[in-house]
Design a binder for this molecule. Structure first.
Ligand code: FNR
Length: 361
């Protein structure tokens, strides 16, 4: 392999070489048989792009707006936990890269730098990802800290009432340090039944009874817009709009929760139709190429988020690696748009892609 990676997959390989196996498996792996993990990428491969030719593509505008914030491209950083396991600078390096690329970073609640440290290090627009704890007082405090530290939205993850079964972590007996944002606040019942401590950390602290009816409580404690992450069906998309979500993230948690749930790109259009333009729809899961981003936009996403690609960049080359990954995706999208005849993201339409549901001509 060339010393300088030329695509996201080569960054993945560099990350594999750079990291202890236990940490690479943690970042890379999915749940159980990893069917959905493979599908997240392969479902993109089954969609073709229908280019238009002889159009003026002398200048390409990739900029877009998310919840009113202008960003340089329709690609944001998905919330992923524990960046210090990839690089000692942790989320600070990631946030600085987001800043340099003028895009939005969603900080995971389970970060290894505090939300205050991330605020202090960069001027990127930041959203804060939330799991709701059994201790509602701690959850409320976290939301208030996010708000007073200038985070612009709460991303409520809905797909994790319990921790997914990631067998590599169990086999590696991975032990994860206490979460920085709630250090000393949560008592976790740590049962290391021969496996990783991730299960006990998550399952003894998060509230599995939190449901649609409780979103009103969340709205009552913050003025921030709430995005709901983890939607995969038309029914839940409609509910999310009804409870006042400011946006929806079509996501299966990077295939780390429920195995055999569908690839996100395969259900995007169903969700977009159900939402009917009332709120923006975003997608994450399996985005590895500019062509993937183009396909998601053609099927109705306003922007995508990337999780593992960012972690691979961070593990391979720190802040500059994250920057490089984001730039690569941006450059690939720009070229895809030029070759498909789209000079701005608004030009990308449903007729630019063909899925297996479309009539073959
Ligand atoms: C995640 N994801 C995640 N999601 C979330 O809401 N809170 C979190 O703390 C985490 N942590 C996390 C850690 C790691 C290592 C990964 C790979 C993923 C899921 C993440 O936000 C996103 O949904 C997926 O990563 C998107 O899929 P790709 O881009 O990784 O294929």
């Amino acid at each position: 392999m060339a010393a300088e990676p030329v695509n996201v997959d080569e960054f993945r390989e560099l990350a594999r070489q750079a990291l202890p196996k236990m940490y690479y498996d943690f970042f890379h792996g999915g749940a159980e048989d990893q069917y959905t993990l493979r599908e997240n990428e392969e479902a993109f491969h089954r969609i073709t792009i229908q280019p238009r030719v002889l159009l003026d593509v002398s200048s390409i505008d990739l900029s877009t707006t998310v919840l009113g914030y202008d960003i340089s491209m329709p690609v944001m950083i998905a919330p992923t936990s524990r960046h210090k396991l990839a690089n000692p600078a942790g989320e600070i390096a990631t946030a600085r890269a987001a800043s340099a690329c003028n895009t939005i970073m969603v900080l995971s609640l389970s970060s290894t730098c505090t939300l205050e440290e991330v605020t202090a290090c960069c001027d990127a627009v930041r959203f804060f990802q939330l799991y709701v704890y059994k201790r509602r007082d701690i959850t409320a405090k976290l939301v208030q800290r996010a708000e007073s530290n200038g985070y612009k939205a709460i991303v409520l993850t809905g797909d994790s009432p319990r921790h997914g079964r990631r067998e590599a972590d169990i086999k590696n007996k991975i032990i994860i340090p206490e979460l920085k944002n709630v250090e000393g606040l949560l008592t976790t019942k740590f049962v290391n039944g021969g496996g990783s401590n991730l299960d006990s950390l998550a399952n003894s602290t998060r509230d599995p009874s939190f449901s649609w009816e409780d979103i009103g409580w969340l709205k009552s404690i913050t003025k921030l817009p709430i995005l709901i992450k983890g939607i995969l069906t038309r029914e839940d998309a409609i509910k999310a709009v009804e409870v006042g979500a400011a946006g929806i993230i079509v996501s299966n948690h990077g295939a780390r929760q429920l195995d055999y749930c569908p690839a996100t790109i395969s259900v995007l259009e169903e969700v977009v139709h159900a939402v009917g333009g009332k709120v923006p729809v975003f997608l994450d899961g399996g985005v590895r190429r500019g062509t993937d981003i183009f396909k998601a936009l053609a099927l109705g996403a306003q922007a995508v988020l990337v999780g593992r690609p960012v972690m691979y960049g961070l593990a391979a080359k720190g802040e500059s690696g994250v920057r490089r990954v984001l730039e690569m995706l941006k450059n690939e999208l720009e070229l895809t748009m030029a070759l498909a005849g789209c000079s701005s993201v608004k030009d990308i339409s449903r007729s630019h892609v063909r899925t297996k549901h479309d009539r073959q001509l």
